[in-house]
Design a binder for this molecule. Sequence first.
Ligand code: UD1
Length: 353
Amino acid sequence: MRVISVVGARPQFVKLAPIARAMAGHAEHLVVHTGQHYDERMSDVFFQDLGIAQPDVNLAVGSGKHGAQTGAMLAGLEPVFEQSRPDWVLVYGDTNSTIAAALAAVKLHIPVAHLEAGLRSFNRRMPEEHNRVLTDHAADLLLAPTDVAMRHLAHEGLADRSVLVGDVMTDVLHEVRDRVLASGTPLPEGVERGRYRVATLHRPDNTDDPVRLAAILDQLASLDLPVLLAVHPRLRSLAASHGLELERGAIRPIEPLPYPELVAAVMGSAGVVTDSGGLQKEAFLLRVLCTTVRPETEWVETVELGWNQLVSERLDQLAAAVQRPTPAETDAAPYGDGTAAAAVVETLVERRR
Ligand code: UD1
């Protein structure tokens, strides 16, 4: 069996790590990097730290408006797929790299498998929502991480193409958490265990409007503990163009963190403030309190179990939400037990045409 994984953005490199390991001995596995993320700290360090081989192909598409970026990926992927004729193209969800690869492959009648299938925010302002809905409907095999995702797929008439495999993010997080505990990966400089918080912001709805971004930064600045704000390049460039200073009050801007350092930082923190999907789940899996600056989340289990709170309209209440008490412990495991990558490979083998 030959499988081509198409990745392009930071969270996809994380998910690729357990998949690449699980493929060994079962498939010839080729990795195509679209080049959507290209900064060393957004891309290369993930391959190094997570022990992933260099991509077989890098399309180096880079940044651009949605149409131009997605179009360049389509044009770049088509000849790669035509030449290699894999049994599966595996796409990793959410991003322009995912929709481009799914579309390029189905047009060539190459089967497409969608990891993270069935996620829905029901917010059609998000580019990820268009990408994931369209990819689910184009793909041949829908690899769902949760029961909730399976239900969404069934509602859209896609039950017969859907398989519950669990969440590969759990696989990689468990592994890195154990490594961090064993090696004593240090906390970021200048903070004391349990006496700081970790924040990230990159969603266009939060970064692109200067008034909204300023209101979020003001709330973070007013918190009772230092906030390590790991700055995504989108945030850095938009804050600069809005004339907003990131370093203020409690906020300590830092560069984006490599994955093991991020995990160590979250584990040692008093809480997380984010608009990232992955980080909401990582905080939950590490049982760290999370506050999400979005009107809705795909990871509804984190909210239902009390470990995540959404704040969007009433930004004046963000600081109070962040400083809320920790909820009751839970041993719920809605994101699987850390064996999702093996289930993915098994399903690809079984369903190969
Ligand atoms: C993308 C995904 C989003 C995912 C996120 C993870 C889409 C539509 N969005 O959003 O689902 O949660 O990745 O981070 O695919 N930039 C750099 N260097 C880089 C990468 C980006 O400077 O290595 C800058 C560029 O100015 C670029 C901007 O960041 O225009 C945004 O990057 P882009 O990949 O378009 O979207 P993200 O916001 O990262």
